[in-house]
Design a binder for this molecule. Structure first.
Ligand SMILES: NC(=O)c1ccc[n+]([C@@H]2O[C@H](COP(=O)([O-])OP(=O)(O)OC[C@H]3O[C@@H](n4cnc5c(N)ncnc54)[C@H](OP(=O)(O)O)[C@@H]3O)[C@@H](O)[C@H]2O)c1
Length: 295
């Protein structure tokens, strides 16, 4: 199988690259230089012989998207339209990575695919419009709404788990406490679990919108507490109200979701987030650190 992908250097894209190569598949990365200023026809020429295309490239800086609004819609909506047009011209099915953040406000229980989407930030509005653009271009396309992703190289500045472990180490050295948002709830989700489930969905020919998150949900506070506990750092994590973090992007307090559609179709539940987080943090312990303690 030959798979093309955008966003191959990102947190999720790199997990797809690793899994596809390990599975003996050919991978064709389409980087930002190959897309910028190119027509869909030109991009389509690069899809010759490709079985499917993963669109994982996105402007994922939710805070900056509130300030640089044009860049937000250009990198999330226009880019997705361009890629979806190219996929349609080449006759290649597209898998579009989206977010459970598109559900926005409107419910206090985890969202299922039949719930309305009411995004509360420019980033999530752009992702939702990107979904619509992708689905309008071909009935063969798949949209994946995933959760708070963890995984990948600890050096990646966007690695939430590695950054929290660093923070815990720093705070311990300073004798302080960590604070984490107790209001916002979501589904911590391992990139490797998403990759294997997306490959299964593609393999079985499913199309349309799917939530794809690890089982269970947590507040940021519960998530960070579990990261700290599993990393073995003896630091107190205290629950805090959202207000103290002074965020520009008013992300909904509820980004939690369930894989309702997959459940109806008879797919096995995805692993619980605590289980996958433990697996991931155990894998980080094998990585040499200047202090000799893992990440
Ligand atoms: N991370 C999360 O927690 C999360 C949660 C829900 C959904 N998602 C979705 O999952 C997907 C992957 O996210 P991620 O966390 O892997 O993102 P990431 O680590 O921030 O990586 C973003 C990728 O997109 C590329 N990119 C950004 N702007 C581009 C542009 N204008 N043209 C071409 N390529 C561009 C980047 O390339 P460069 O290396 O050149 O910058 C990079 O490869 C995204 O669709 C995101 O919305 C992520």
């Amino acid at each position: 199988m030959k798979v093309a992908l955008t966003g191959a250097s990102g947190l999720l894209g790199s997990a797809f690259v690793d899994a596809l190569i390990a599975g003996g598949h050919a991978v064709h990365a389409i980087d930002r230089k190959s897309i910028a200023g190119q027509s869909p026809h030109t991009i389509a020429e690069r899809l010759d012989g490709v079985d499917w295309l993963l669109h994982a490239a996105a402007n994922t800086n939710v805070e900056l998207c509130e300030v640089e609004v044009d860049a937000c819609y250009r990198d999330n909506l226009i880019l997705s339209e361009q890629v979806a047009d190219a996929a349609r011209l080449a006759g290649v099915p597209l898998v579009y990575m989206s977010s459970t953040g598109v559900y926005g406000c409107g419910a206090i229980t985890p969202f299922a695919e039949y719930d309305d989407a009411n995004p509360t930030t420019h980033h999530h509005r752009a992702k939702l419009l990107g979904e619509a653009a992708v689905l309008a271009r071909s009935g063969a396309n798949l949209v994946i709404r995933t959760g708070w992703l963890f995984g990948g190289e600890p050096e990646n500045p966007k690695n939430f788990v590695a950054r929290r472990i660093e923070e815990a180490r720093r705070v311990r050295a300073e004798g302080g406490v960590m604070k984490s948002n107790q209001q916002q709830v979501g589904c911590p989700t391992f990139t490797r679990d998403v990759v294997s489930r997306v490959l299964a969905l593609v393999d079985s020919g499913h199309t349309g919108i799917f939530n794809c998150v690890n089982t269970g949900s947590a507040s940021r506070f519960e998530y960070v507490s579990e990261i700290v506990r599993l990393s073995g750092e003896s630091v107190v994590v205290k629950p805090a109200d959202a207000g103290i973090f002074n965020r520009r992007a008013k992300v909904s307090d509820n980004e939690a979701a369930v894989n309702w559609r997959m459940t109806q179709l008879g797919f096995e539940p995805m692993p619980r987030w605590e289980h996958s987080l433990a697996t991931y943090i155990a894998s980080l312990r094998g990585i040499t650190h200047p202090e000799g303690g893992g990440v």
